[in-house]
Design a protein around this ligand. Structure first.
Ligand code: GTP
Length: 236
């Protein structure tokens, strides 16, 4: 039987990936399909920590009429909504989960405690990290990089609507070329929109590989876990 090549992963799910065709909010069918994919690899024994974005509900950085920090805090709250939706979908499939928030909201979820998160993973629970890093000016990609370093994850799976990293926007340019692999430094130098520079630098400094792939194709997370070359592999 095929075996997963990773033991502990951080799966970063962009908010947009939850929105489906409508482009905003949470599409229940899309959520169900993502939860099915997560269950599939959970059943293989992979330890999964999820960092979820919030762009399907609120995009802090696009708001030029609002104080940036305030807009970012609103974005962090959006990620909590997505985290609870994911928790619900996973627990409906009998996958035990714990949500931990970087900003305390104890009535809703546990606060982020690194050692406790690791313990949950060891016990086979999926841990969902919400509210970003708890700081404005840091993206949820940076959260994924930070949490991956903290919990010693072997890889970050960057689940997106597009199926990898391209040399130009594949939505606007039909001739855009997909990269099979990239070095962190290329991402930084070429300004490729894989991750922001803070997140990329953190991965580079801590030697955490990133695999960018499309999550809307069922079975893709499993393919990545088995080491299939889909999407774009970013490393040093
Ligand atoms: P173990 O100690 O490994 O058994 O982990 P556990 O998470 O099951 O222990 P605990 O008894 O701490 O948690 C039981 C339930 O309460 C879990 O669903 C937790 O997510 C939840 N829980 C724990 N701490 C908090 C908190 O501060 N706020 C909220 N809202 N829920 C919490």
């Amino acid at each position: 039987m095929q075996k997963p090549i990773y033991r502990r992963i951080v799966l970063k799910i962009s908010g947009e990936a939850l929105a489906g065709e409508r482009g905003f909010g949470i599409n229940q069918d899309t959520l169900n399909s993502i939860a099915d994919q997560i269950k599939e690899i959970h059943d293989l024994g992979v330890e999964i920590a999820i960092v979820v974005g919030g762009g399907n509900i609120w995009r802090g950085r696009n708001s030029d009429q609002m104080d940036r920090a305030t807009a970012d805090y609103m974005g962090m709250l959006a990620t909590v909504i997505n985290a609870l939706a994911l928790q619900d979908a996973l627990e409906n499939r009998d996958v035990q989960t714990r949500v931990q928030t970087a900003i305390e909201m104890k009535e809703i979820a546990e606060p982020y405690i690194r050692r406790r998160a690791i313990r949950h993973l060891e016990k086979g629970r999926v841990v969902i990290f919400a509210a970003g890093t708890g700081n404005p000016f840091f993206s949820t990609d940076t959260t994924a990089a930070l949490r991956a370093a903290e919990i010693e994850a072997e890889v970050i799976l960057l689940a997106k609507k597009v199926d990898g990293v391209y040399d130009s926007d594949p939505v606007k340019n039909p001739n855009a070329q997909k990269f099979e692999s990239l070095e962190y430094i290329d991402v930084l130098n070429r300004g490729l929109g894989v991750m922001d520079s803070t997140a990329t630098s953190l991965c580079m400094d801590n030697k955490i590989p990133i695999i960018v792939f499309g999550i809307n194709e069922p079975g893709n997370i499993k393919k990545v876990i088995f080491g299939e070359n889909i999407g774009t592999f970013v490393k040093g």
